[in-house]
Design a binder for this molecule. Structure first.
Ligand SMILES: *Cc1c(COP(=O)(O)O)cnc(C)c1O
Length: 395
């Protein structure tokens, strides 16, 4: 995705001003990010707030989102890799950053030098971190990730005893400071699922074992967005939400929690044309005009993150109404039907593809539900020729 610096063009809070705007644009509303931090702060109670900005802030732009979240009251940032942490540091962001997924040979020395906290998930990873700390000559700040039943990242149960010994030895050597301990839930989006309680029990047992060895992490955390919003008993010292920061509800059955979607995807009409009765539209002619009609061509396709599986299965808001997509989604383009007289839609108009609903457009959740996936994948998938711009945030 191309990114325009906010100074490059007006961010167009006026929806009527469309000319000169990119033909396909993901407007990231930083005021929405700040608002969502407020919602999450409220649900966090006394717990600290780590906002998760991995994967380029779920494809919203990590530097702008991180700055906005911190200014709005987030305490820390969570990322996946050391490289993601270094990107924050290179941008001058000096807030606490935790990075939690690494190959054994990751560049831990760079993380230590940059003051990035390292999540460790096995005695092998810990040994590599200790070696890097010794090479650099300063201790690593470490958070141990405990696998309590997700069976993905985190220290496996059969390695936990060894890990506790290794942590104790590394602390005694002064190679690391054990700053945190955390776990991640498998069923957080089903707030009453019994596995959540089983994971909590295993987590508490593991924490007790650390304490028995004299290891007392400063910060214990478990809750992603769903748990932050639905399970106050899992707050511990800090919550660790991601998707809710971007305004998408982690538990759609329970509503939107007052969150505001931050990504607003818009496409400008490239062409308006008549299609005669009996003519097929787009590859394979899966749609044939039942009568004379008019269509609008949008410059957006699967190369830009509009899934081909959404062919004929989504709507956009255009000219004050919902318009149905017809025919196949192609690599670069898709067609929507306007009706017999184009309904006042002209070339250059803006189609509101998904976003916060202010213009009557769908939520990214509509795409996800149609596809049988989650909205995380939809917003992370927007790419290609989409231009990312920012709105709000005092810009
Ligand atoms: C991605 C991630 C989160 C955030 O999850 P959401 O469901 O987006 O809130 C929290 N913790 C870990 C370990 C993660 O990988």
């Amino acid at each position: 995705m191309t990114v325009l610096d906010s100074g490059d063009r007006s961010t167009g809070d006026d929806p009527l001003v469309t000319s000169g705007r990119p033909q396909l644009e993901a407007i990231v509303d930083l005021d929405a990010i700040a608002h969502n931090v407020g919602v999450l702060r409220e649900h966090a109670g006394d717990a600290a707030l780590m906002t998760v900005v991995k994967a380029d802030a779920y494809n919203h732009g990590v530097v702008a989102v991180a700055r906005t979240a911190l200014a709005a009251g987030a305490d820390q940032l969570g990322v996946t890799t050391v490289a993601e942490g270094l990107e924050l540091r290179a941008a001058g962001i000096d807030a606490p950053v935790l990075a939690w997924l690494h190959t054994v040979d990751a560049d831990y020395a760079a993380a230590i030098v940059a003051g990035i906290e390292i999540g460790v998930s096995s005695p092998r990873h810990l040994a590599a971190v200790v070696a890097a700390a010794q090479a650099v000559g300063s201790p690593a700040v470490v958070t141990v990730k405990i696998d309590t039943g997700l069976n993905r990242n985190g220290v496996a149960p059969d390695e936990w005893d060894t890990m506790v010994d290794a942590l104790a030895a590394a602390v005694a050597d002064g190679a690391i400071r054990l700053h945190g301990a955390f776990t991640h839930l498998a069923h957080a989006d089903e707030p009453h699922h019994p596995v959540i309680d089983r994971q909590k029990q295993r987590f508490d047992d593991a924490l007790a074992q650390l304490r028995r060895r004299g290891l007392e992490p400063d910060v214990v955390h478990a809750a992603n967005s769903a748990a932050t919003l639905t399970r106050p008993d899992l707050r511990y010292d800090m919550v660790r939400p991601g998707i809710a920061l971007y305004g998408l509800t982690p538990v759609p059955e329970l509503g939107d929690f007052g969150l505001r979607p931050a990504m607003n995807l818009r496409a400008r009409v490239a062409l308006v044309k008549h299609v005669a009765e009996g003519e097929g539209v787009s590859y394979g002619h899966i749609w044939v005009a039942p009568k004379d009609t008019t269509v609008a061509l949008l410059p957006m396709g699967y190369a830009d993150g509009l899934p081909r599986l959404l062919s004929q299965k989504f709507e956009v808001q255009l000219g004050g109404k919902r318009r149905r997509a017809i025919g196949r989604v192609c690599m670069d383009q898709v067609v929507v039907e306007l009706g017999p007289d184009a309904d006042g839609v002209v070339e250059g108009d803006t189609a509101y593809v998904f976003g916060n609903g202010d213009h009557g457009e769908p939520n990214a959740l509509a795409w996800a539900e149609e596809l049988g996936t989650i909205h995380y994948e939809i917003v992370c998938g927007i790419r290609g020729r989409t231009t990312r711009t920012y709105a709000g945030g005092g810009q």
